[in-house]
Design a protein around this ligand. Sequence first.
Ligand code: FMN
Length: 308
Amino acid sequence: MAVTQPDMEISIGPLRLKNPVMSASGTFGYGEEYVSLVSLHRLGAIIVKGISLRPRQGNPPPRIAETACGMLNAIGLENVGLERFLSEKLPFLQGIDTPLIVNILGDTVEDYQQLAARLNEVDKVAALEVNISCPNVKQGGVAFGTDPDMAYAVTKGVCQHFKRPVIVKLSPNVTDITEIARAVAEAGADAVSLINTVLGMAIDIRSRRPKLANIFGGLSGPAIKPIALRMVWQVAAAVRIPVIGIGGITTPEDAIEFILAGAWAVQVGTTNFINPKATEEIIAGIAAYLAEHGMASIRDLIGRARQT
Ligand SMILES: Cc1cc2nc3c(=O)[nH]c(=O)nc-3n(C[C@H](O)[C@H](O)[C@H](O)COP(=O)(O)O)c2cc1C
């Protein structure tokens, strides 16, 4: 018997989402940029561009290169910084009836702790997403997310200062992502999101120079979906906390694949640049799939892919 109104609600600890589809950090600005294109209150959550303690200019141009089925970016985490985020961007987001998740980044554990403490005072911030793909300046520039001990330390530091859910965003640029996932779960993370971009490069054969001024950049878009799906499957089997799937999600079918692999929710990134309405279309498509298959709740789909 067909179910007409499937239950799309998902809870990540105390964080209740009306559906499992969120915008991915860095691909949706601070929300306001999309207001004329998307009904923002329909999203499961809005995740804003990564915020650091102080404003960052990012890398010099060119910072973007198109690739087959994706793009490379070396934006370098340009952002307005915490204080301008609070004074200029937050007032608009306060008026949107959807949870706000703030993505944070820092150069030291103390940076992350300060961001967490300050954002803890802002009720509208429903959760933090901790980007651990940044280099730790005190440890010689090794990214927090590539070392289990550093990933543990930054997660613990944030959890001590932020009293609502903490989601740690994992980098795929590691040998064993489950090792990092276990470390952050042990440190107190409420959920993990994965994956961030995959390190890559491109060369212009006419100028014989790398296409990005930074030489390397992060690959995103449909090209990375199989890698992301594999990692979500592995991490979902390795930790007990919820997993949020990210990487090349373009259609409702892509999102459903991630949920079947074990994701509780998904984020839509690069696709927003091509189809700004993608998040809403994916929400509608998942609901239609549930109804078509006579399923009452999205929760019945999580991790239900069969191995045989
Ligand atoms: C232009 C651009 C900027 C991004 N900025 C951030 C960021 O500030 N913080 C972060 O955690 N991830 C950032 N990401 C990574 C995305 O949130 C996402 O993890 C990645 O792009 C993979 O998903 P996708 O294939 O759906 O884009 C950025 C990605 C792109 C393409």
